[in-house]
Write a protein that binds this ligand. Structure first.
Ligand code: FES
Length: 165
């Protein structure tokens, strides 16, 4: 996890965290850690130590409580990654429907290996089942699901990302 300047949680994010906290007993702040980190990562693309510190301060928790969550869950990135995160499911249903070929096609197209990142794309380590087996083979791009993948469909998805501003 990279060090360390300070980070101020925006009023928009703090308001969302406070709404979430209102669902729990007043002395229970830990249920907001995942949500707070998720909101920050959505803004910053990955979690740095200043984000961990800011969440701990905001919730009145120990930094280790927040760090443990950030470093445990695979949905949080703690190193700098490319702008677009792509996760190809290679679990059983997807594997039986050609996910290995899909993953290889993406690696060749993006010129990165699974687990690696370029400035623009992060091809995340292979995931367990992403709970869209009926649409296998599938992938997530920035948390959006794309199902029944073909090479042509991948070309169209990547073209869309390339043409984004
Ligand atoms: S095995 Fe790929 S979504 Fe379930």
């Amino acid at each position: 996890m990279q060090e360390n300047t300070s980070y101020n949680i925006s009023s928009e994010i703090s308001s969302k965290i406070n709404k979430w906290l209102a669902k729990f007993p007043i002395d229970q702040k830990k249920p907001a850690i995942i949500y707070a980190l998720h909101l920050i990562q959505h803004e910053t693309k990955y979690i740095k130590s200043e984000h961990v510190n800011a969440v701990a301060d905001f919730l009145g928790l120990k930094k280790i409580d927040v760090y443990e969550v950030a470093s445990f869950y695979s949905m949080f990135e703690t190193e700098q990654v490319g702008k677009h995160t792509i996760s190809v499911c290679t679990n059983v249903s997807c594997m039986l429907n050609g996910s290995d070929e899909i993953l290889k096609y993406l690696e060749d197209k993006l010129k990165i290996k699974v687990g690696d990142s370029s400035e623009k794309y992060f091809l995340k380590d292979e995931r367990e089942c992403l709970a869209a087996c009926c649409g296998a083979p599938m992938m997530q791009v920035n948390h959006k699901y794309y199902e029944n993948l073909t090479k042509e469909k991948i070309d169209s998805i990547i073209d869309g990302l390339e043409n984004e501003r």
